[in-house]
Structure formats: structure tokens, C-alpha cells
Ligand binder design. Structure first.
Ligand code: NAD
Length: 262
């Protein structure tokens, strides 16, 4: 049994992870952490008492329950410190929280190696989203003109989404940076053409009602190709999170993206 704690347990993703871990026969939920702690995990989920109380301090919970793995779905501004705390205590982080910079990921990789404690991060744990990214990379070899539109609920803190950035990074592996659109185009309202990653425009939509969605639109002579993925429920991420919890302790350093462990 892999012993798991969930950080950000009271949040939208945290609660879905608590349920997924409790439902899996090879994972044991041993603790939960959230700055809004204090409640019994079972009461939080509406399933009756589990006698696991959501703690408010990560280090204290780690010392008390000695987990193998910490799943983190918290906030972009706290994830780096959370992951450092886990690694220094020889607990493997499975990171779903988006917003870490490349430099921070590199530092976590160094820390994971130095502490002999592997770690895993994925901007998107949904298999359909992973396939969309892989297909986008393939399509960009033949249709290099591409724009990304990502659509999320309006409580999301970071823009563009980690999935959009990862998609643009993967496309950039097969496509040279290039200027798209008319060379003389101007924005009448700043931002109208979106943000840019290596010349790939990225547009972020934030509205109530959405969960996590993305379109990658390719344009060619007389044709367009659209790849679209929709997470219509947070359960879409759970098979990927559960898989990462089971595999992370067998990895080396910080492993990035779900396709590496499928
Ligand atoms: P949320 O706001 O619903 O939940 C975040 C929770 O973290 C809250 O309960 C909050 O109290 C808690 N929190 C904040 N600071 C904390 C700290 N220092 N220590 C412990 N707990 C803390 O957010 P959400 O919708 O669940 O999303 C969380 C993160 O997961 C976001 O970064 C989001 O982009 C990301 N996300 C990733 C994936 C993926 O597949 N990788 C999928 C969905 C969301």
C-alpha cells in the first residue's frame, strides 16, 4: 500500500483526489492538509467520519503520518515551498498545481535527486488532454500555423493554463519560432491577438460553467484542423493522479508530464 496525503484537501481538485485515493485498493489515505483545515475528511466529502482530520500545517502532518506521497492541488504561489517541504522530508510530491516556472522545476529536480526522493508533475492529468497535446505536436510538423484557445472556470488563478503552455512547448519541439498573421497587423485593443509563446498565440477564456477545455487550431491552404479536449468533470483527472501516486516512488528526479508514465 502506498501511503498518501492530499494537500489542498478542501479545494475542488483536493476533494476529488481524496475520494479517488479512498476508493483505490492500492492507496491508503493517511492524511490531509489545507489552510482551511479542521474538518474530518469524511464529513468534508459527505460520507461519514473517517477519523482523518484535515491538518493546517504540511510539515506537522508529514511528521505525524509519515506518508510515501504528497498529492498537491493548492495555489501557484505556494506549490514550490510545499514541494520543497515534501522532498526535504523524503516524501514524493505528485504535483497537479500549475504555475511553477521552468527554473523552479529545475530546482525541484535537483532537490529530488539530492534527497533521493522522486517527484512527478503534470499540467494535465486527463488522458484525453495528453493525447490532444501529442496529436498537436504531430500536426504542427505539417501545419505550422497554429493558435491555442484554453477555456477554464473563472476561479482559476493563473493564465495561460499549464496545459496551454505545455502544448506550446511540445509544438515548439517540432516547429521553429515564426511570426504568424499579417506582418503589419495591429491590436486596436491590447491583448486582442493573445499572449505569445515562440510565436504561437495563446488565448485564455475565464467563465463560470467551464471546468477545463482547450482547442488547438491549425490553419493551412484552404483548410483548418481543430483538436479539442473537454474535461467536463474533475473525475477526468483522477485515473492519472492515482497512476502517478503508484508510480512516483519508482521514478528518478522530477519527471514531467503524464505521457512519461503511461
Ligand atoms: P481550489 O481553489 O478549489 O483549491 C485550492 C485549495 O488549496 C483550497 O482549499 C485552499 O484553501 C488550499 N490552499 C491554499 N493555500 C494552501 C497552502 N499553503 N497549504 C495548503 N492548502 C492551501 O483550486 P482547484 O480548482 O482545486 O485547483 C488547484 C490547482 O490545481 C490550480 O493550480 C489548478 O490550476 C490546478 N489544476 C491542475 C489540474 C491538472 O490536471 N494538473 C487539473 C485541475 C486543476
Amino acid at each position: 500500500m502506498t501511503k498518501v496525503i492530499v494537500n489542498g484537501a478542501c479545494g475542488r481538485m483536493g476533494q476529488a483526489v481524496l475520494k479517488a485515493v479512498l476508493d483505490d485498493k492500492e492507496l491508503e489515505l493517511v492524511g490531509a492538509v489545507d489552510i482551511k483545515g479542521g474538518k474530518d475528511v469524511g464529513e468534508l466529502l459527505g460520507i461519514g467520519k473517517t477519523n482523518i482530520i484535515v491538518g493546517e500545517d504540511l510539515q506537522t502532518v508529514i511528521k505525524a503520518v509519515k506518508p510515501d506521497v504528497m498529492v498537491d492541488f493548492t495555489r501557484p504561489d505556494v506549490i514550490f515551498n510545499n514541494a520543497c517541504t515534501a522532498l526535504k522530508n523524503h516524501v514524493s510530491p505528485v504535483i497537479g498545481t500549475t504555475g511553477l516556472s521552468d527554473a523552479e522545476k529545475d530546482k525541484l529536480n535537483e532537490l529530488a535527486i539530492a534527497n533521493n526522493t522522486p517527484a512527478f508533475i503534470a499540467a494535465n492529468f486527463a488522458i484525453g488532454a495528453v493525447l490532444m497535446m501529442m496529436m498537436a505536436k504531430e500536426a504542427a510538423k505539417y501545419l505550422p500555423n497554429v493558435e491555442i484557445i484554453e477555456l477554464h472556470h473563472d476561479q482559476k488563478l493563473d493564465a495561460p493554463s499549464g496545459t496551454a503552455i505545455t502544448t506550446a512547448e511540445m509544438i515548439s519541439e517540432v516547429r521553429k519560432p515564426m511570426k504568424q498573421g499579417h506582418p503589419d497587423e495591429t491590436e486596436k485593443i491590447t491583448g486582442a491577438r493573445g499572449a505569445e509563446y515562440n510565436g504561437i498565440p495563446i488565448h485564455s477564456v475565464r467563465l463560470p460553467g467551464y471546468v477545463a477545455h482547450q482547442e488547438v487550431i491549425f490553419g493551412g491552404l484552404g483548410q483548418t484542423l481543430t483538436l479539442r479536449h473537454d474535461s467536463i468533470d474533475r473525475t477526468s483527472f483522477m485515473p492519472g493522479v492515482v497512476l502517478a501516486c503508484k508510480k512516483v516512488t519508482g521514478l528518478k528526479g522530477l519527471v514531467r508530464n503524464l505521457d512519461q508514465i503511461l
